[in-house]
Design a protein around this ligand. Sequence first.
Ligand SMILES: [Zn+2]
Ligand SMILES: [Zn+2]
Length: 352
Amino acid sequence: MDRFCPKCGAKGKNFIKNLCEKCFWEEKVSHIPNNLRVYLCRSCLSYLQGKRWIRIKKKDPSLAAIEGAIKEFQRNTKIPNDTKILKIECNTAEWNKSGLPKKMILDITFASEGASTSLKREASVEYATCNFCQSVADGKYEALVQIRGDEGQLSEEKRKTLESSIDKFYRTALKDRSDITEIKEKDGGIDIKFLTSSKARLFAKKLSEIMGADLKESAKLVGADRMTGKRHYRITISVKLPALEPGDIVSFKDRIFKVLGHHRGKLILEDMEDHKRRSIPQNVISDVAKIDKADIKRVTIGTRSQNSITILDLEEKRFLELPAEKISNELKEGDEGLLINLNGKEKVVRRQ
Ligand SMILES: [Zn+2]
Ligand SMILES: [Zn+2]
């Protein structure tokens, strides 16, 4: 007697386990829902997964719809343990009037008991506004980061360098800039609005580590929830950038240094005589003083005679005679140096 399928009675078919191929796969995958719904944010193309909006890297509507449809399919699909998904392909099948994806077709390949089959499912794409874009549109923010210079205003140059490096800060501190709702120039500094205070704090902390900035946080009550009584605060983090910048010439413990930069909250200095580096911790940075420009003169080293050396003041075009010990040993005749007046004591160091 011919083998027949106990479910549908079909004869002369391929059998998997006890069932004909058709009935076997029907048992495994026919329950998988059709007509999935994918929600995309019309402004940032994030897609909704459950209750969360997921940001996509590449802002391409088709890619967003594909990723959203596949994730939605995976989230909604329960398949038996002995069945695996080998492959999911997804394509846009229809576009709406604005040229955005409207209907997606998923082509899924399953494997079970050494056999495989494929199945097509549809997903329709709906457009909405994600929480983030809605908050931006409503002008909401939890935290404001105010970046200012040592004396309030940032120099034009500093602001430019800062603006160009802000992108780097996003990447290191926040991974992406999805939490920032606004960046603008304000009172000679930069104001950045953050949707959440946690991201704002992380950003400010990173900025302080890299640039040696001082942080101050304050909170302001902006309202309370009528139902729960929960109070809502908005925080402001003032980021004061340090007065010292790379290239500045400073004194510290009666020696002359050049500022190299900041690293993890420490100030990195190079001794202008022995060229050794020192890192100055936060608590003693206030002992580092910038040497006034009026106390620094460009000079050329002249001839040495016995215990003194003649130098030429390049700004005032006059010759000076200085005791040899006031001139850094590494300077030779013809070299350019800086004559620095450090609290009444003169020293000539190499100009770097
Ligand atoms: Zn059958
Ligand atoms: Zn959005």
